[in-house]
Structures are given as C-alpha cells and as structure tokens.
Design a protein around this ligand. Structure first.
Ligand code: UDP
Ligand code: MG
Length: 335
C-alpha cells in the first residue's frame, strides 16, 4: 500500500482565509516538492464569506494538484474535515491548518514515517505552546485532564490536535461510525490503531486571524466530553444518595433533639443555606441532563453533518453511500 505511486490527500479546511491560501499552496510546492506527484491538496471551503473560493479557483487554473470541496455554509472545522475524509479517496490523509501553524516540514516527517514504518497514524505533538496565550494553555490543559479522567478507555494525548497523517484504514473506520458528533480527536483515539507521535513547535499564525473564540471552544470541549463519557450524567444519583443519607442522619438528630429539649424554632440561616445549596445542585444536574438530551436529540434526528455543494478539481471521490453527509454535485473529472 505504501508504495511510491500511492496518493496522499492534504486536507485543508478553510474559513475566510483569502489571505492565506496562496501562501499555503506555494509553501506546499516548495517544502513537499519531493512528494508533489503523489500529493493532492484538498481545500474544504467551510462557507467562507470572503474571496477564499475565488482565490482557490484561480490557483487551481495552473495547479492541477489543488482541488476544492465547497460546503453549502459554515459547518465548523470538524464537519469540514469529516466531509473530505468521507468523499476523497487516497492512500493516506494529512489534516493541516491553512495558516501554516501545522508546519509542512513536519508533514514531510509524517510521510517518511508512514512510508517506512507500518503505522496507521502519525500525529504531531506540540512541545511548546508559548505561541498561545496563558489562558488558552491553562484551559487546554484543564480540558485534556478532565477529558481523560472521565472518558474511561478512550484517552486522548495532551497537546495532540487534528494535525496528523492517517492511513486509509483509519478513514474506513471513521466512515463506519454512525454518530453525528464528529469530535475528531476523540474518534481518532477511539479507533486506536498503531500511532507514532512527532514532536514539533507550533509557530504563530502566518496571516489572517484565528477563527476560534472561547464560547466556541467551550462548546467544543463539552461535545468532546459528552461524546465520550456518561459519568457527568450518572454521578448525580450517587451524589443524591449521599446527600439523602446525610439528611436522614440530620433528621434523626433533629427528632431526638426535639424529643429531649422540646420545640425550638431557631435555625433559619441553616435551613436557608441547605435549601439554596440543594436547589443549586439540582439545577446544575438538570442542566447536565439538558446538555446530554440536546445532544441525543441531535443524534436521533440523523441530520447530515455537512452538505457538499460542489467538488471542483482532479481528485478521486468515493461513490459509496458511506459517510455522514450529503454530496449535491459529484466531480466531473474524476482523477
Ligand atoms: N476553520 C474552519 N471552519 C471554522 C473555523 C476554522 O474550516 O468554522 C479552519 C481555518 O480556516 C483554519 C483551521 O480551521 O484552517 C484552524 O483555524 P484557526 O487557525 O482559526 O484556529 P487556531 O489555530 O486559532 O486554533
Ligand atoms: Mg491557526
């Protein structure tokens, strides 16, 4: 499989990246020159509202290794990556950001490792997050810690993002997973095929601005945790049992006290604090129920994860019904 004639699809999700795409393509030509005959750059336009699509189509005119999957609107990076993995046929897939924060020099290492050792995944591990802000580092660290504490058997390694090379075996597994919640890092870890890590220093974004903000990251973290753990849901019955036991002991004590010392009406403050505390706990647990229920309703609706409006370029596509989205326009010139 890993022969010289195998194709490697470089999957690049883009959202309002008009300033970044051409630099990405020229850097690919320069750094991945040795692998160019095998490489297909597949941009997935995630509903950009600027000139990104026009830029890519212009580049495509004289660079046949560039192709474009255009989603009908902004579905999010996870959906964009899922779309490409479902539709594009290749022997290996590299997922990289367009802003060159996932260095192409590291992609060269990925390809070498994949070709020489028989591994299914080669992923990039950030050894230095100093390009990120302090808050981002702390929240990211907290997320990995909580995720791995709650997720049971599926562990995601800290500081390993989507940046990786995966063999088509992994893609076949991903295509067979029926869920709509495409928390890719978790799904990659779930498939648990043979993985090698390559350490790298994540540089700052070359041009343009980040497309993430804290509310988006918060929801992303909840999707991840709730997609891989039901512990937050189950813990409340134990907690409730424990609180009920304490309340029972307290009740015995009150009854005994009343029998011995008579009726006493003080205790307003302690009563209030117990009521408010338990009210708060109940609301939190109902909120968590709601978070899960919302996700369950998303899953049972079985809505497609993405809609591909068209596919432009010389890239082989998968014609089977496998996958979790809708493809409106098939490739005219399948390669
Ligand atoms: N991206 C996307 N859809 C979105 C947000 C981002 O396809 O809704 C793409 C974006 O164009 C980039 C990659 O995902 O190629 C990573 O985004 P960004 O660099 O903004 O994230 P950061 O590096 O700050 O985490
Ligand atoms: Mg970035």
């Amino acid at each position: 499989m890993n022969g010289q004639c195998s194709t490697i699809a470089l999957i690049v999700p883009v959202f309002n990246e008009e300033e970044t795409v051409s630099l990405f393509v020229s850097e690919t030509e320069r750094i991945l020159a040795d692998y160019l005959p095998q490489i297909k750059v597949v941009f997935v336009d995630d509903g950009s509202r600027d000139q990104t699509v026009a830029k890519i189509l212009e580049i495509q005119q004289d660079k046949p290794f560039v192709s474009l999957l255009r989603l009908s609107r902004n579905f999010g990076k996870e959906a964009a990556v899922s779309a490409a993995l479902d539709v594009v046929e290749a022997n290996a897939y590299v997922i990289a950001d367009v802003d060159l924060q996932d260095p192409l020099e590291v992609v060269v290492q990925f390809i070498e490792i994949w070709q020489t050792q028989k591994v299914d995944t080669v992923c990039g591990k950030r050894i230095d997050r100093s390009a990120d802000t302090g808050t981002k580092r702390i929240t990211a660290g907290g997320f990995y810690y909580i995720f791995n504490k709650l997720s049971g058997r599926v562990k995601i390694p800290a500081n390993v993002g989507d940046f990786r090379l995966i063999d088509r075996k992994v893609v076949e597994i991903l295509r067979s997973l029926p869920e709509r919640n495409r928390f890719m890092k978790g799904l990659f870890a779930w498939s648990a095929l043979k993985t090698v890590e390559v350490s790298y220093v994540r540089p700052e974004r070359t041009v343009g601005t980040t497309k993430w903000n804290y509310p988006k990251l918060w929801n992303f973290a909840l999707d991840g945790i709730m997609g891989f753990s039901t512990l937050p849901l189950r813990v409340w019955s134990y907690f409730g049992g424990f609180v009920a036991l304490l309340a029972f002991i307290y009740m015995l004590w009150i009854v005994a006290k009343t029998l011995i010392f008579g009726i006493d009406v003080s205790g307003y403050a302690s009563l209030m604090s117990v009521i408010l505390f338990l009210g708060g706990i109940q609301l939190v647990s109902i909120g968590i129920l709601g978070e899960y229920l919302g996700r369950v309703s998303e899953e049972v609706k079985r809505r497609p994860v993405y809609v591909i409006a068209d596919i432009v370029g010389n890239v082989a596509t998968n014609n089977s019904k496998n996958g979790c989205g809708v493809v409106l326009e098939k490739n005219q010139n399948d390669g």
